[in-house]
Design a protein around this ligand. Structure first.
Ligand SMILES: Cc1cc2nc3c(=O)[nH]c(=O)nc-3n(C[C@H](O)[C@H](O)[C@H](O)COP(=O)(O)OP(=O)(O)OC[C@H]3O[C@@H](n4cnc5c(N)ncnc54)[C@H](O)[C@@H]3O)c2cc1C
Length: 509
């Protein structure tokens, strides 16, 4: 029977991040994901690497400081898929007074930098690579583009954008490069403790097999309790709160680069974010759920809520008929007893179970978390397991994710260089390829000197060479894996073009 140090259940951001960290520490790791990587919550986020300005209202200082420190780390190790984004907050004094917003932004500009300096050993306290917040005149400097003229002043600050699903895939790739085995479309069906180890039964299309592991990590996200109670038969007191969040994608409301953070009379905030060049992403909602829904879908009430919340501010109203695409995910929050789904803590809790008298094979279960803090969560998970795996060291803050080794260049310099070296290929397509793959883009282009050298053109900026790469190196198997997770090309294609990609992939299978 194959034996591993660590068996990780769940190929969302937390499972993939822990797999990378553990494999890089020299542990023998198996990651099992019942669907595709990132097919659940980790591809359905608002895609922000952020401290979470609104969490300051709930006094979540630890979370905000850690998240802001992580923003710096992720900008450095994944500069192709993480980049700065300016947010404009139109001021409405009856919702939150200016002094409160100023105080929040003052704190936001400063929190986290000391933690960042400590975690990287840079000794550089008190500075961020992003500009500080400022007050802006919405009618004067373009910050109000797309908004009603009634909004005159606002505040601007920076956070970061991330391609969430690609962050998961790149962590899995890095884990595999460090020796981890990554098995997608493989479900943990059952596991029991035996002789100081876990014996687990995992099932895939090719059948069922048993493996042994010294320790288990339950990173099943919204299914964390189902795995505990069903597959593992372990009872721990923590509860998970399932809160659905949905987004809509509509034709873009302005052609500038900044996003908006809009206050709503229910005290929630809604983001309007430039998306995939031609669109604006609008989200999100907070809807309490009973069960983890594998196929979470937006309801018509949520569509109307998002359209109404955005239209309070936008020059031209946004109507449900304009929605080009939508997606929904379920937040697996740690249940802190809050009544309001928006107020439930977004911080994470890792629970260690060592069985009878604390002497059996360890199990770490993950409750809550953010995309932003996944890397630190991974380090904490390995700290929890340090009795079982002593003497390992944190390392993931220092090594770039695959394609993120820019060698000191900025994205623009990398792009200019790429265009110079590939004069026969369309520059806008090169920019998108670089955003998805960073310095690995050249390996996909290979010896192609023109579009025809890239193989079949599926439309929407997707060529055969990239599809083959995604299948060979990134565990892509089905059309959704390619069209909606590893790329967003699906958004730019017709139904017939998407169906051609499906046929091509079933041909390969
Ligand atoms: C609407 C919304 C907006 C958000 N916005 C942001 C944001 O802007 N920034 C941010 O930092 N965070 C954001 N988050 C939070 C973030 O997305 C989540 O915290 C994170 O994705 C959770 O990752 P996970 O790995 O724990 O769960 P998941 O991504 O759900 O992964 C768990 C995986 O476990 C697998 N699994 C379950 N059971 C089994 C089994 N028996 N065997 C094998 N596999 C199994 C599932 O298939 C699933 O893929 C947002 C969340 C939502 C819902």
């Amino acid at each position: 029977m194959p034996t591993y140090d660590l068996l990780i259940i769940g190929g969302g951001i937390n499972g993939a991040g822990i797999a990378r960290d553990a494999a890089g520490r020299g542990l023998k790791v198996l990651l099992v994901e019942q669907g595709d990587l990132a097919h659940a919550t980790s591809s359905a986020s608002t895609k922000l690497i952020h401290g979470g300005l609104r969490y300051l209202e709930y006094f979540e200082f630890r979370l905000v400081a850690e998240a802001l420190a992580e923003r710096e780390v992720l900008l450095r190790i994944a500069p192709h898929i993480v980049w700065p984004l300016e947010f404009v907050l139109p001021h409405e004094k009856h919702l939150r007074p200016a002094w409160m917003i100023r105080a929040g932004l003052f704190l936001y500009d400063r929190l986290g930098h000391r933690l960042f300096a400590r975690s990287t050993g840079s000794g550089r306290g008190g500075s961020s690579s992003l500009p500080h917040s400022r007050r802006v005149a919405l009618d004067a400097d373009g910050c109000g583009a797309g908004l009603k003229r009634d909004f005159k002043v606002g505040f601007a600050y920076h956070d970061c954008w991330v391609d969430d699903a690609r962050l998961v895939v790149l962590n899995a790739r890095s884990a595999a490069a460090h020796g981890a085995e990554v098995s997608t479309r493989t479900r943990l069906a059952h596991a029991r403790r035996e002789g100081g180890e876990w014996v687990a039964r995992i099932e895939s299309r090719s059948g069922s097999r048993e493996v042994r592991a010294a320790a288990l990590v339950n990173a099943a996200g919204p299914w964390v309790k189902d795995v505990l109670q069903g597959a593992l038969g372990v009872d721990i007191p923590a509860k998970v709160r399932l809160v659905k969040g949905s987004h809509i994608v509509v034709p873009r409301i302005h052609s500038r680069r900044h996003a908006f953070i809009l206050q709503n009379p229910d005290r929630r905030v809604i983001f309007l974010i430039p998306y995939e060049r031609e669109f604006t992403l609008v989200g999100t909602t907070d809807v309490a759920m009973g069960d983890a829904d594998f196929e979470a879908r937006i309801s018509s009430d949520e569509v109307e809520y998002l359209c109404a919340a955005a239209s309070r501010y936008t020059e031209r109203p946004i109507a449900p008929g304009q929605v080009a695409w939508s997606y929904s995910g379920v937040r697996p929050l740690y249940d802190d007893g809050s009544r309001d789904p928006s107020a439930v803590t977004r911080d994470y809790h890792l629970l260690l179970d060592e069985g009878h008298e604390g002497r059996e094979a360890p199990l770490v279960s993950i409750f809550g978390g953010k995309i932003t803090t996944y890397r630190r969560l991974g380090e904490h998970a390995l700290e929890k397991l340090s009795r079982r795996f002593p003497g390992t060291r944190a390392w993931t803050h220092a090594e770039p994710l695959p394609g993120g080794d820019f060698g000191g260049l900025g994205f623009t310099e990398l792009f200019d260089d790429c265009v110079r070296r590939h004069p026969g290929l369309p520059a806008p397509w090169l920019a998108r390829l670089l955003r998805r793959h960073g310095t690995l883009a050249d390996a996909i282009i290979g010896n192609a000197t023109s579009r025809s050298g890239l193989g079949e053109d599926f439309g929407g900026g997707l060529f055969q060479r990239e599809v083959d790469w995604l299948v060979e190196h990134e565990w892509a198997r089905e059309d959704d894996d390619v069209l909606w997770r590893r790329t967003k090309c699906g958004l730019h294609m017709s139904a017939a073009q998407r169906s051609r990609v499906r046929d091509y992939l079933s041909g390969i299978a």
